[in-house]
Ligand binder design. Structure first.
Ligand SMILES: Cc1ncc(COP(=O)(O)O)c(C=O)c1O
Length: 372
């Protein structure tokens, strides 16, 4: 199967371990196991449970306790509507493998995580791109979406909150997209890996799986829960969709790790503490970035409303990649060039790393902006 290289992942693989100040990171400052156990309490009991584990394959679709804890993140989903996967990256890949056949139309917002357009293209889909534009706060133009929806449309893929823009669709917009999909009999895949990190209110937006019978929500422990090292994600959808996915999953997953399942369950059962920490970091850090941006005449943005990333528009006569490589070499600060996500002229900054790393990185980036 031919597939184009994954731009962001290649950039990260090349430079991530070589930078001093990682402002390309999209996870909220990752937790150590000890920090997770401290947030959850009763560390001695948890260690005893892990030591006593007999390491077979475990529950194939994810343990009942884990699926109950994931289901509790949604307004009206039973545990049977949850399938555990190898990260959200595994979840998205499985959904496309199960649904998309050559010639099917797949409509995908852009910019977004590249899986959502490159995997359907590799499967032979007729991929149509719905551009998210800064003048619309990077929210989809629903009239444009309506013009792309056809009877052949199999999937409309959205990402809420959006990586890389930090845009956030409200429930009205989600319902409008679901209504368009319903008219075409299409599925809506909503990648919700950053859900729980809104800057306002209780921090959690409505989920597509709760809004539409053919709504599919993917999520994971990586971003809002600060536990990417567990490599644990999920799909929430109707049982018929999960049964179709499970056929593919049997060929490439079997099950996720039992220790990962256990630690993810623990984090989700203490989600108020884990997400409270994450929101405290993302809200503090976005405030710092906002104040810094006010003094940057050569950078523009649409201030994010959720997630962990911001897109910065670069008013410097240089490609985004040249800018990022020079920045890295001269200062040790790592950003992600817009060129790897179809956004030349822009830079992606992950602002949810440790606050000290953000402050130091912004200091260095600020000095570089004056020199460059
Ligand atoms: C929008 C989006 N979806 C999915 C993923 C994959 O996340 P994971 O496999 O770590 O859950 C990422 C990671 O950057 C992402 O940004």
């Amino acid at each position: 199967m031919h597939i184009v290289p994954f731009g962001v992942e290649q950039w990260m693989n090349e430079y991530e371990t070589r930078c001093a100040h990682n402002l390309a990171e999209t996870c909220v400052d990752s937790l150590t196991v000890d920090e997770l156990l401290a947030l959850a309490g009763d560390a001695a009991r948890v260690w005893a449970e892990i030591r006593a584990m007999r390491l077979g394959y475990g529950a194939i679709e994810g343990s009942d306790r884990l699926r109950r804890a994931i289901a509790a993140l949604y307004a009206s989903q039973p545990p049977e509507h949850v399938l555990v996967t190898h990260g959200a990256i595994g979840a998205n890949a499985l959904v496309y493998a199960a649904l998309v056949e050559p010639g099917d139309r797949v409509i995908t917002v852009q910019p977004t995580y590249q899986q959502h357009y490159s995997i359907p293209a590799s499967l032979g889909a007729d991929v149509r791109i719905l551009r998210l534009r800064p003048e619309r706060q990077f929210l989809p133009d629903l009239d444009e979406l309506a013009s792309l929806v056809s009877p052949e449309t199999k999937v409309i893929a959205i990402n809420n909150p959006n990586n890389p823009t930090g845009a956030l669709m409200d429930v009205g917009m989600l319902d409008a997209i679901a209504a368009m999909a319903a008219r075409a009999g299409a599925w809506v895949l909503c990648d919700e890996v950053y859900r729980g990190l809104d800057q306002d209110g209780d921090g959690t937006t409505a989920s597509m799986a709760d809004r539409y019978e053919r709504g599919i929500s993917t999520g994971s422990m990586s971003k809002a829960f600060s536990l990417a090292g567990l490599r644990l994600g999920w799909i929430v959808a109707t049982r018929s969709l999960l049964d179709a996915v499970a056929i593919h999953r049997d060929y490439n997953t079997i099950s996720v790790g039992m220790v990962d399942d256990h630690l993810a369950t623990l984090a989700l059962e203490h989600r108020d503490a884990v997400l409270g920490r994450s929101r405290q970091i993302t809200r503090t850090n976005l405030g710092i970035l906002d104040a810094w941006m006010a003094n940057q005449p050569r950078l523009g943005w649409v201030k994010p409303r959720s997630g962990t990333t911001a897109l910065l528009q670069l008013d410097v006569p240089m490609t985004s990649r040249d800018f990022c490589v020079r920045l890295l070499e001269q200062t040790g600060v790592m950003l992600t060039p817009g060129s790897v996500m179809e956004m030349e002229g822009w830079l992606r900054m992950g602002y949810a790393n440790h606050t000290r790393i953000l402050r130091e990185g912004l200091d260095r980036l600020g000095s570089f902006m004056v020199r460059v």
